[in-house]
Every structure is written in C-alpha cells, then in structure tokens.
Design a protein around this ligand. Structure first.
Ligand code: SF4
Length: 124
C-alpha cells in the first residue's frame, strides 16, 4: 500500500432502520465526510455484515486501499469482516479502522472520524 494513499470511508447504517443511527442525519454526515475530510471517497452501505456485504467487500478490498468503517462496535466488525480482509490478503488490524458511530449526533460522529484520520497521520 502506498504511504500517501487516502483511505476510503464506508458508513454502514444497519438497514437504515436501526435506532442507533436516528440521532444523526446520515446524508449530511456522509457528505461532510466525503467533501471535507481527507478520504478518497465516502459512501453508505445498507448492511455490510450480510452476505451481499461479504460479496461487496470481496470486490472492494481488491483495491488494497486502507478503509475506515463507521458502523457498530469495532469488536463485532472485526469478527464479521476478518475473513474478507484475510481473503483479500489484508491485515484487518493494520488496513482497517473500525469506528462505532451509533447513538451520536453528526457533530460527535464527525469528531470521531476526524480523530481516527489524525491517528492515521492525515491532516484534518
Ligand atoms: S456491520 Fe454493524 S452496523 Fe452494519 S449492518 Fe452489521 S451490525 Fe449493523
């Protein structure tokens, strides 16, 4: 992976029906991430831990781009996504940053993403 490559950002919204995302406007959030923060792109997936999410990750991870995922508990994400990363030849501990952004306002969730990007050495 190249040093200067920006990460991709995936927000998973748990089908869009989960109460955990009702405190934020998800469209304002993802637009702010993709336009204002140092990411290559940002988008929303409806349910990453379902079978089509596995198929999506199998394709997406072929780029070998570092990825930041804003979704549910990081431990759960690691369990659910570890095989996809392994199969893509990636190390989930190094090549992914999992963030829990549930039950947050837009402002709070943005600050969590900013902090994660700063930890990756990016200027926010
Ligand atoms: S990855 Fe997490 S946030 Fe996304 S659908 Fe599964 S449980 Fe919900």
């Amino acid at each position: 992976m190249e040093e200067k490559q920006l990460p991709g950002f995936i927000m998973c919204v748990c089908t869009g029906k989960c109460p955990g995302f009702q405190a934020m406007d998800i469209w304002d959030f993802i637009n702010q991430v993709r336009v204002e923060l140092p990411v290559e792109y940002g988008f929303i997936h409806p349910q990453l831990c379902e079978e089509d999410g596995d198929r999506f990750l199998a394709d997406f991870l072929k780029s070998h781009r570092k990825v930041v995922i804003g979704a549910c508990a990081p431990n759960m994400q690691k369990k659910m996504f570890k095989d996809a990363f392994k199969e893509a030849g990636l190390d989930i501990e190094k090549d992914a940053v999992m963030l829990d952004i549930r039950d947050m306002t837009n402002e709070k969730a943005i600050s969590v993403v900013e902090e994660a990007l700063e930890k990756l050495g990016l200027e926010v």
